[in-house]
Each structure stands twice: as C-alpha cells, then as structure tokens.
Design a protein around this ligand. Sequence first.
Ligand SMILES: [Zn+2]
Ligand SMILES: [Zn+2]
Length: 444
Amino acid sequence: MQHFAKTYLVSAALCLATLLPAHAELDVARLKAAIETSFEADYPKLDALYKDIHAHPELAFQEVKTAAKLATEMRALGFEVTEKVGKTGLVAIYNNGDGPTIMVRTELDALPMEEKTGLDYASRDKTSWNGRETFVAHSCGHDIHMANWVGTAKTLVGLKDQWRGTLMFIAQPAEETVEGARAMLADGLFTRFKKPDFAFALHAGGVPYGNVNYRVGVGSSNVDGLYIKFNGRGGHGAMPQRTIDPVMMAARFIVDVQSVISREKDPTEFGIVTIGAVHSGTAGNIIPDDARVVGTIRSFKPEVRAKMLAGIERTAKAVAAMSDAPAPEINLGEGTKAVINDPSVVAIAEKALKAAFGDRLRLTPANTTSEDFSEFAVAGVPSMMFNIGVYEPERWTAANNSGTPLAGNHSPLFAPVPKPTILTGVTAMTLAVLSAFDQHARGK
Ligand SMILES: [Zn+2]
Ligand SMILES: [Zn+2]
C-alpha cells in the first residue's frame, strides 16, 4: 500500500475552537465529543497511515522509511521537524505562544518475528538482524502508537486557540532494545531542543478497547540483561573424567539461580530471572568447551535489583567452582530503569481522563515488562505513561471465559482493532496534554 503524503491537513478539528474558555475548568464532555467528531472525519487517512506502517515495519535503528512517513505528516500539520536525532529519531516542535513545553513520545520500531494474524494488511517484510534474515512485525503495537501520535498532533493543532505553549512530539527509535531513548538524549534531545516540562506516552495492550489503564509511581520494571559463559574443557562424551563439562554447569545454574528468587529475595517483592536462550555443543558424544546462557532480570525496586544481581553472580561463580572450572564470564548489563509515573502529572491528567472514560479508566498494578520511556524521567522530566486496550470487549470476555485469552504484545497473533483503539488513544492523549496546558494556564 502506498502511504499517503502531504495531504493530512488540518480540517475538521478547526470546529473544536471556542470550546475551552481561557482559565476555566476543562469541559471534558464537550471536548471529548468534539474530538470524536473530528476523529471520525479524519479517520480514513489515519487508517491508511496505520495500515501502511503495519505492513512495512522496521527494526531498531533501521526505521528510516517509518520516520520519513511521520516527518511528512508532521510537516503537513505545521510542525518544525528535525530528523536523525538519535540515529533514526524525530523531533517535531509546534510553538503556540508562551506556556509549558509538553512532550508526547511514540516509538518507531517493530520486532524480529513473523506475523501470523492473517490480516489483509499483515506484514510479510523481511530484513537482516544480527547477521540473519528475519521477518519483521509490529507485534508490540508501536504502529498504533504512531497513528495515535499523528492523530493527537492533528487534534491539538485544531485546538490551538485553546492552549498556549509548545508541543514537542518525539518519535523514538529502538524501544524494543531499550537503546533509543538514551540515543536521543545523547544526541542532544534536551539541549538542542528545550527540555520539556511534562512528558506523556501510551502503550497498547491485549485488553478491551475503550479502556485506559494507569498507575501512580512504578509503572514498569527495571530490566537487566544476563549473559554468562561457563568455560569448561571439551572432550569425548564417553570419557567425562578427562573434561570439565560446561553443559552440566549451565544446567545447574539454570535451576539453582531460581533459589535467588525463592530464598534470597523478599517474597513480597517483585523479581524475575528468566533464561531465554542456552547455547552449547554440536553433537551428543562431544562434551563442548563452553556453554552460554542468556536471560533477563526484572525488578521494581533498586534494592531488590541489587540483591538479585549479587545472588545471580554468586550462583554462577559457585557453579563453576563446584566443577573446578575456570571462572565464568559474567555480564549483567543494565537495560533500563522502571518507568515512574510522577504523582503530580498523574493527578493533572487523571481528572480529565476520569471525566472522559468514567469507570473505564482504571488504576492497575505495575507492568512486569520494561520500557525505556523511563530514561526521560531519569533525565528530570516529570512524566506519565498509560495503557489502552485493543480488542472488542465482548470477544475479549468470551475468549477469557473459554480459557484461551486473546493474544498479547509480542505474540505473532497480536491484532488490534485499529479504529476504536486509535480513537481511545487520541482522545486520552489529547485530554492529558490539554489538562497539563490548562493546569499551567490557571497557575496551579
Ligand atoms: Zn515490545
Ligand atoms: Zn512496546
């Protein structure tokens, strides 16, 4: 599908003017209705953009065509766009008088996996990843986020008589590898451009559309990578006495490391160690020289994280010592910190979202997944990330009742229903941003 270009202009959203008298409380009900009317008129173009991005996904730091599509959209809306910030990232600025700078972030990247949804706009694209050819798919919903990002920008431009300040819309590469936020920051995101006063982001997930889930404080987990290479001494499988068996060490480690979780960590605190890959050997009768285990470590609290890292390292060394083997090579590399939703930012947005979504706005437990949106908060920007659902409520309930829940993020079957999902995102994000501008205008 050809992506549409340069045609995505301000139109129906202009009718939103005059809904927001200066310095008054937000009239959320009227605003929501107006956003929905505007969205309905503009949706065909947004739908085409979404399906084009979905069908042609790109991996971390390869998002050149995706970024170009978004740059075209934002320029057509009147944003000043800077490309190649943090390799493939975008910064789009819209100045609209004195007031705070509010950042809205989308991700650009997809996953190295095959889509199996059977949708007529499913991705069949392939690319090279770590030296191997792979399918590529938007199975985390970052394509939904991009459509939401453009739709929110358009709505806010249509409402520009109603707020004062600066929109800083950023499209971040490489979220899946948790490298993109740091790459943008290292490339001067908050020095070449103004450091924002607030930041918002959202993530789509496998719950019913129309729902907005949020949390105060910890929103996602700390993530650390785990790579350990056990060094043995290879030889004949029938003469193990002349070898040091690294497969045995890896096997012991994989089992014993779970005692760090069950016996050392406070059982009331969240923590996970998962070994997702084991690499060793070539044939059944050869004891190999080494074995490598690769995993992921998740936690919420820094002190729990520190305890787990120490326990994992000690277990690996102890396992090698048991086999009288050389010390293992241990690399517990930091991925990214937990997302912390700033209570003051949440309090501002919460009121408008509650008025718009009622009991479909839900305070939920923190996600055990991780997200490098946290880097912007670590860099000093008070921020909030919330979640939106993607499936028909009735189908979601029926699937749960049948014992086979609908596919979640990173499943080859993850298939958001575009229109109501993007409508939820645009409505929630527009209201969150407007509530922050409004709070500032009223001097609170
Ligand atoms: Zn993901
Ligand atoms: Zn994601």
